[in-house]
Design a protein around this ligand. Structure first.
Ligand code: SAH
Length: 215
């Protein structure tokens, strides 16, 4: 079991307060951020930084997303308990843990073999059990489709049609789209089989690789 001390809980409450100040207002998202022990995802050397609102390296040149980014994307997905959610880019598993805390059923796919193996073995130890997949998530996971919600946690050059094809009617895709340095957050909602697009702020993600990503 991982240790969740009084101090860690205090820092986590402060982080929740900060999310609120930055404009996150969905109480269920805030509650989930307040529950997931983010410090458990950090190496000993970086432990002191676990509750800062920053992205951090997790090995293999990849990162654990900034808490605000996780909260922002999660809020825009309008998660209801029982939603079937596909996450592209498992990474550390932190985002998947937040979705699971909200009662979603999570399918998560990672393209980096070592990260996939690490998180598949580690995350369940914290009690978080999404369905783990290894492979190119830019094509979605057609075998398990359709999904109520899809979240892409890497920066894409465009909106992969494979992903919008795998959404249910009224389904929502949240995806950062732009160049390799910065991306605009897009929310695509499937309404009457049409795709309605909304644009939000800029973010900076690591690149989405693969068939519908960067070569
Ligand atoms: N959601 C993660 C953050 C992920 S960082 C978290 O909560 O920690 C982005 C991740 O996307 C990296 O781990 C990277 O390896 C992965 N990735 C990049 N291209 C991908 C692809 N085509 N399919 C699946 N994962 C991909």
């Amino acid at each position: 079991m991982i240790e969740d001390s009084y101090k860690q809980r205090g820092l986590r409450n402060k982080l929740v307060k900060k999310m609120r100040e930055k404009g996150i207002s969905d109480e269920r998202v805030l509650e989930a951020i307040g529950k997931v022990p983010r410090h458990a995802f950090f190496d000993a050397a970086l432990l002191g930084h676990a509750y800062e609102d920053k992205a951090f390296p997790i090995g293999e040149g990849q990162t654990i997303s900034q808490p605000y980014t996780v909260a922002f994307q999660t809020e825009k997905l309008l998660i209801s308990p029982g939603d079937k959610v596909l996450e592209i880019g498992t990474g550390s598993g932190y985002q998947a843990a937040v979705l699971l805390e909200m009662g979603a059923k999570v399918y998560t796919i990672e393209y980096n073999r070592k990260l996939y193996e690490h998180t598949r073995d580690f995350l369940p130890l914290l009690g978080y059990k999404p369905y783990f997949f290894y492979g190119d998530g830019s094509k979605g996971i057609p075998a398990k489709a359709p999904y109520d919600k899809i979240i892409v946690t890497a920066g894409a050059p465009g909106v992969p049609t494979a992903l919008t094809d795998q959404l249910v009617e009224n389904g929502i895709l949240i995806i950062p789209v732009g160049d390799r340095e910065k991306q605009k957050m897009l929310r695509i909602t499937k309404k009457n089989s049409k795709l309605v697009k909304e644009e939000f702020d800029n973010f900076a993600f690591v690149p989405l690789l693969g068939d519908q990503g960067w070569k």
